[in-house]
Design a protein around this ligand. Structure first.
Ligand code: HEM
Length: 514
């Protein structure tokens, strides 16, 4: 036994040495104008920054913020065992170069290998022709006329259901999880419009996807994931199976009901007809392009679903969290919504409010509030690209082929250099000119929607959805926290709030629940 233990230790030691040699000691130093890049605080011998990456993500965010404070816009090198050499960029000029050179900075083998189990060959995880075809299908789905149906018909329907549900909760003093409410709205909306299916926030698929997203993120943080998952990955594998089955169900459902509602000669244009007409248009486009490959259609469909529904629901959750701490912002959103809807503050009736805020109108202050939320709580907080070939960043940093480029949107969005001394404060006014017009930022300055040819396809959809939901919810309800302290995000590729957002809800002074 002792002998066995001894030889086991020897094997482990040998593996450790090979591991260190293979992944750490051979990691080349990256240079800027011939000078090695600086390394961040807490870099350890052998394991580099690997241990940091094992920490809870909130600590990781803080570490990136600390690095940005220390290095400013200077590019620095990080080393994590099992990762190719990597740099962290914070300078918008470097990021602009990355966005403009899609041919050099791809998704890369590293990202694809770790997320293939979850995303398969969906748009988020592919480059080249496969990416192009899926992007084209998405562009067709997200056209202006479909977005009109979204804001005129689909959103009022599902937002109306959420309001009804909340009305019921105003009387009994129950706690409501607003994260769940927002997820329900976006699940139903995407389910109906993209796939012509009923989907809900508590479906088995949603729970499984949530779990698998967390487990995939942990792969990025744990250099030995392929070993640890052998022992701890059974729930992950089960979740992946649930996701696969659900993906194929979406495809099967669409294949059995091809374009049933899109006959232009189908008669009157009631709202219900308008919604039926676009329902399932994304999955139908995907089927047209990849008809002979069910798995690919399923991957593509699931990628769109995760990109479109979780991000918006999370942004709305963080926005409400911030609004509960900023009463003055709430008042301004209300004033704007009421003024834009032509409702007199004192005489507004419930019906006037409902019909007014459910139609798309220009609400710059509310939009600014949404942007300010995305700045402080970007739904995709980290990004990774891999160099397909060697290149030099505008600041002179030479990146060898295969090296990795990270940017932490969470930290960049808190940079005092770029956002001023009050970068940590929630201040929607920073997005407005003196006469109340919205200020636009380039993708490199404000990378929450990515940039270049891979700019988020759903940016406009997200803005339309979020602004209408925020204005409506703020006008009709008062939310107060049913929790203590700070909320943080849980492990995921996006930014779900750990434990949801439990709140008490009361009707606002402008709303009399029916
Ligand atoms: C607040 C909401 C949203 C945020 C912050 C957001 C952010 C992003 C980001 C950062 C990316 C780049 C991901 C990467 O390649 O690493 C992305 C890509 C994408 N987003 Fe969004 N997104 C949002 C909402 C939506 C919505 C509503 C849709 C609609 C379906 C959508 C569809 C997509 C698609 C299809 C891509 C992949 C684009 C490509 O690779 O060409 N997103 N989004």
């Amino acid at each position: 036994m002792a002998l066995l233990e001894g030889s086991g230790l020897a094997w482990l030691g040998l593996l450790g040495v090979i591991f260190c040699y293979r992944f750490v000691l051979r990691t080349p130093t990256i240079r800027r104008n011939g000078v090695p890049l600086r390394k961040p605080p807490n870099t350890l011998p052998i394991v580099g920054n690997g241990v940091l990456f094992l920490q809870a993500r909130q600590k990781l965010f803080s570490w990136f913020v600390k690095c940005e404070k220390q290095f400013g816009l200077e590019t620095f090198q990080i080393s994590v065992p099992t990762l190719p050499p990597g740099v962290v960029i914070n300078d918008p000029k470097n990021l602009e170069y990355v966005f403009k050179n899609e041919g050099i900075f791809g998704k890369g083998d590293f990202f694809k290998r770790l997320s293939r189990d979850l995303f398969g060959n969906g748009i988020i995880n592919v480059d080249g022709e496969l990416w192009k075809a899926q992007r084209k299908a998405g562009l067709a789905f997200l056209n202006a006329s479909n977005l009109r149906v979204l804001t005129d018909v689909a959103l009022p329907r599902y937002l109306g259901q959420a309001i009804k549900h909340l009305n019921g909760k105003t009387r009994d003093g129950n706690v409501v999880d607003l994260q769940m409410i927002f997820h329900e709205i976006t699940s139903q909306l995407m389910g109906k419009m993209a796939y012509d299916m009923e989907m809900h926030a508590d479906d088995d698929f949603t729970v499984a996807f949530d779990y698998a997203s967390g487990a995939t993120t942990e792969r990025f943080q744990n250099p030995l994931w392929f070993v640890t998952e052998l022992f701890t990955g059974s729930q992950f594998r089960k979740a992946l199976k649930t996701i696969r089955v659900f993906g194929l169900r979406i495809v099967d459902n669409a294949a059995r009901t091809p374009d049933k509602n899109r006959d232009p000669s189908s008669g009157s244009y009631s709202n219900s007809n308008r919604l039926d007409e676009v329902s399932g248009s994304l999955i139908q486009s995907l089927l047209e392009v990849f008809a002979d490959d069910q798995k690919l259609v399923s991957d593509a469909a699931l990628n769109y679903l995760s990109a479109g529904r979780d991000t918006v629901a999370q942004a709305l959750t963080w926005c409400t969290y911030l609004l509960m701490q900023h009463g003055l912002v709430v008042n301004k959103i209300r004033e704007e919504a009421i003024a834009a809807s032509g409702i007199n503050l004192r005489i507004g009736t419930k019906d006037e409010i409902n019909s007014a805020v459910f139609t798309p109108i220009s609400l710059p202050y509310t939009t600014a509030t949404f942007y300010e939320t995305l700045r402080l709580y970007p739904p995709i907080p980290f990004e990774i690209k891999q160099c397909e070939k060697a290149t030099t960043l505008p600041d002179g940093t030479f990146l060898p082929e295969k090296s990795i480029v990270f940017w932490c949107t969470w930290a960049m969005n808190r940079s005092r250099i770029c956002w001023g001394d009050d970068a940590d404060s929630f201040r929607p006014e920073r997005w407005l000119t003196e006469d109340g017009k919205l200020i636009t930022k380039s993708a490199a300055e404000f990378p929450v929607f990515n940039g270049g040819p891979r700019l988020c396809l759903g940016k406009r959809m997200a803005e339309l959805l979020a602004v209408q939901v925020i204005a409506t919810m703020v006008l009709l309800f008062e939310f107060t926290p049913a929790y203590r302290g700070e909320r943080v995000s849980k492990s995921s590729l996006t930014l779900p709030m750990e434990g949801g957002l439990p709140c008490f809800v009361k009707p606002s002074q402008y709303h009399t629940p029916s």
